[in-house]
Ligand binder design. Sequence first.
Ligand SMILES: *Cc1c(COP(=O)(O)O)cnc(C)c1O
Length: 361
Amino acid sequence: MSRVYNFSAGPAVLPEEVLKEAAEEMLDYQGCGMSVMEMSHRSKMFQQIIDDAEQDLRDLMQIPDNYKVLFLQGGASQQFAAVPMNLMKNGKAGYIITGQWAKKAYQEAKKFGDAVELASSADKTFSYIPDCSDLDIPEDADYVYICQNNTIYGTVFKELPDTKGKTLVADVSSCFLSEPIDVTKYGVIYGGVQKNIGPAGVVIAIIREDLIPDVPPVQNTPTMLAWKTQADAASLYNTPPCYGIYICGKVFKWLKKMGGLEAMKALNEKKAAILYDFLDQSKLFKGTVRKEDRSLMNVPFVTGDADLDAKFVAEAKKAGFENLKGHRTVGGMRASIYNAMPIEGVEKLVAFMKKFEEENA
Ligand SMILES: *Cc1c(COP(=O)(O)O)cnc(C)c1O
């Protein structure tokens, strides 16, 4: 068996330890004679799995008791609709457009109410985070929406926008659990887990209880999209993505063992610095993002020559570095270096880049 260094933006690398454990438990989970894939979501065994997962996540993020933790389906993209459906009491919201995912969320919200663009970095291919210290937020806006880490463009909000008292909603798909955050600063935090936590198929939403309406303000909101439905049923209104939740739970335990989110932050900063320091002195490769706004998770870079980029991606693949091709809208390369990417993976990638630079000078 051999494993590559997988720099995919998502679905992405998972901790090897977690995969091995899951493999060991595949046929017989803790003596029950079946796989987690085969057991009832109403069984005691599964209830324990989802309860433990929720508690471990609460511990890791220090989630206050007045926030619900929901394990949902439909991808992060489905929350683009659920957010306005549940929150647009006044039918208005402000969106900060820092990339394709924020734009998609904004466009979806427009179907349900008046979504207003508060700021955007579209003018420079989303290569920076706009100044959000004094936004012109409508008085009656129900919330302010951000995509906290921009997976495609490699930018991150290092400071949260000043929402002037409005509820902050954040899509954290690609920075979930990469560092500690203060949950109380947000009304809603959500993300698909396939970037930094687990297998595709699970979305985690952390929602302040008072923001979950008894009846969604948008008429005819489907039952499944009303947060109340899943909140009242503790994520078990219908069959949840059982196996995905089980893997997420294992990743939470792995993160605790690694020292929690402070330790992950230190490790992620170290990993990102190895790559950014190299890019800053390289004569061949350069990063595409304004330095202050660089993501710890997604690192786009280019040579400036599309043919050379393609050659790099092909040679890297041969050397065991997978999924380095950049998003089609940015071109070049992108290395996603999520929690589960070992530091050796980044060190070896940089060594490979150095060699490539020498050979192609
Ligand atoms: C990947 C991604 C999405 C889309 O996730 P799906 O689960 O495929 O819907 C949304 N937002 C961000 C920030 C992402 O990285």
